[in-house]
Design a protein around this ligand. Structure first.
Ligand code: ADP
Length: 392
């Protein structure tokens, strides 16, 4: 047995509150992340509880969980309790709870960009990864498509300026980039808008950029594009944690970042570095996506499908829990996802007939829903202050 979300919920169901009921059934327990011997909890109490009341309740939660864990021989290394208000802002932290990101000065309320820094754009979400080849661009494209399918206005910017893959993944080969009044006109494809440097340079020439040039090119891409009104602008960042992704993440007022990772231990180590990079920049990490999580085989003679955990399904989820981050979902290894990427037809990934069954469409839809929820939470927390983007 180990410290798990289920164990914590079951334990806290036994803890009768002075006001009646328990934290779980009253809905006061908002969030639990638990892994190995580490757990973080978020609790929301009605009204405006004072510091002393929160401290007492945190101590009671701590004692209850540790006592129950000890009785079942479950190790507890770190246990943190945070209190959030009705808007989701962390108002107090106790025990080993992670500290909230530092807040920067409030955004100018007169700005027409609603805080994102780009006129008309409500939320900017960066998609990053510790290294290349883990499916960052695939996740970016399908996230954009899934959000657009659920009725949002969405833009996708290929920030992977060294190896822009959107021309292929979106099937832009036959289309021409147009410029109107000095502004790039995004491609309107698959229900969303997209811009990529890959349509402005020779696809067969290697793109060699020095740091400042790379930053300048990226800046032009996002500043000089007619995005119009967008609910979400997804930025596919270059892989890794080098100068270029770092500068890009720093130059935009991000609502948050999504980190893509495959399940293997070596991939997790890289992803942890990407998480730390965003956190150092004061950018909220919306959560972790596990790509190439598992493989669903064809149905056997009995009509049943078998799932294969090729790379060790769940590794990225455990990493997210260890870091106290939300887990946004798993995307299976799927030959249709690869083929629809190569042919530039992402919407086929949402059709069970073209994507090998329900698993992939459901996984992508769940991922987008979870990202939406985390964006809502993050923007509630940032409603009075935007993340600090300075490195100290
Ligand atoms: P990155 O942006 O991290 O370099 P890509 O998104 O370009 O990675 O993906 C690399 C290759 O892997 C592409 O051919 C893509 O179609 C394929 N791929 C990514 N994720 C999956 C998956 N879950 N199942 C099958 N193929 C995938």
């Amino acid at each position: 047995m180990s410290l798990s979300k289920q164990f914590i919920q079951d334990t806290l169901r036994q803890l009768e509150l002075p006001t009646g009921g328990d934290l779980v059934t009253t809905g006061a327990l908002k969030w639990v992340a638990a892994c190995d011997a580490i757990a973080n909890l978020r609790v929301s109490l009605p009204g405006e509880p004072n510091q002393r009341a929160m401290k007492n309740l945190a101590a009671l939660i701590d004692t209850t969980i540790r006592a129950e864990a000890a009785s079942q021989n479950i190790p507890v290394e770190r246990l943190g309790v945070q209190f959030v208000n009705h808007a989701g802002d962390v108002v107090a932290s106790f025990g080993d709870a992670p500290t909230a990101p530092t807040a920067a000065p409030p955004a100018d309320p007169r700005s027409s960009d609603q805080g994102s820094g780009i006129p008309g754009v409500r939320h900017i979400i960066a998609v990053g990864a510790g290294k290349g080849g883990v499916g960052k661009s695939t996740v970016s494209v399908n996230l954009a498509a899934a959000l657009a399918r659920s009725g949002h206005s969405v833009g996708l910017l290929d920030g992977d300026i060294y190896g822009p893959s959107l021309p292929t993944l979106l099937g832009l080969d036959a289309l021409e980039q147009t410029v109107l009044d000095g502004q790039l006109q995004p491609f309107l494809v698959h229900g969303f808008k997209a811009v990529t440097l890959g349509k402005m340079v020779d696809p067969d020439k290697p793109l060699i950029w020095r740091g400042p040039m790379a930053h300048g090119a990226f800046k032009q891409l996002y500043e000089r594009t007619s995005w119009g009104e967008l609910d979400y602008l997804i930025i596919d960042l270059p892989p890794g944690t080098g100068d270029v992704p770092l500068t890009m993440a720093q130059s935009l007022r991000l609502t948050g970042a999504v980190v893509v990772c495959t399940p293997q231990k070596v991939a997790q180590d890289d992803a942890v570095r990407a998480v730390k990079m965003f956190q150092q920049l004061g950018v909220e990490v919306l959560g972790v996506v596990e790509n190439m999580s598992y493989f669903v085989g064809d149905p056997g003679a009995d009509g049943q499908t078998k799932t294969y955990d090729i790379f060790g399904r769940g590794g990225a989820e455990q990493m997210a829990q260890r870091l106290g981050l939300p887990f946004l979902g798993s995307v299976p290894i799927n030959t249709a996802l690869r083929a629809n990427g190569d042919s530039g037809e992402p919407l086929k990934n949402f059709e069970p007939a073209s994507s090998g069954g329900d698993t992939l469409p459901q996984a992508l839809t769940t991922l987008a829903r979870n990202v939406e929820s985390q964006v809502t939470l993050a923007s509630m927390q940032q409603s009075r202050s935007k993340p600090s983007l300075s490195i100290s």
